[in-house]
Design a protein. Structure first.
Ligand code: INI
Length: 157
């Protein structure tokens, strides 16, 4: 039996991070966690680009452009959507998830979903670098793993 799985190699990897500005207090922590994770795995700070967009709804088209640019090995999408009193949350989070999945499926470049979707601000805070970890760092790690996995699969086919 052969098991294929990606290694966490940061050296030489070029990664774009697309981050919403909405709920910026929390998104800043996600960006910090993602950059810290990439650099600690060997990526060069100069090889990481952070691209800011207004909110999570705007992340997919920009992620798609970056993935198609052939300048990055992976695109990490970061944002924070918190449920309010209206159905707005469903539209924003739903479109972000669908668009990111589409970008990943159509470009052949790993496009990673690192958007926090939370019922409350407290839940979001817990996942942005406090007691439930940092979703930005998790997303960066997933990006490194997927870059390496894609390379292995391409080499074999
Ligand atoms: N954008 C977010 O990233 N998070 C949210 O919680 C949010 N809410 O709740 O409204 C949000 N809305 C803005 C949206 O992403 C777009 O920027 C806006 O609708 C303009 O297209």
């Amino acid at each position: 039996m052969k098991t294929l799985q990606g290694a966490f190699v940061g050296a030489g990897r070029k990664v774009a991070i697309v981050a919403g500005r909405f709920n910026d207090f929390l998104v800043q922590s996600l960006i910090k966690g993602a950059v810290d994770c990439l650099v600690r795995h060997g990526a060069r700070d100069d090889d990481i680009a952070v691209v800011r967009v207004p909110g999570a709804f705007e992340i997919p088209p920009v992620a798609q452009m970056l993935a198609e640019s052939e300048s990055y090995d992976a695109v990490v999408c970061l944002g924070c959507v918190i449920r309010g009193d209206t159905p707005h949350f469903e539209y924003v989070a739903g479109e972000a998830a669908k668009g990111i999945a589409r970008a990943a499926a159509t470009t052949g470049v790993p496009v990673i979903f690192g958007i926090l979707t939370a019922e409350t601000i407290e839940q979001a805070v817990e996942r942005a670098g406090t007691k439930a970890g940092n979703r930005g760092a998790d997303a960066a790690l997933a990006a490194l793993e997927m870059i390496d996995l894609y390379a292995q699969i391409r080499k074999r086919s």
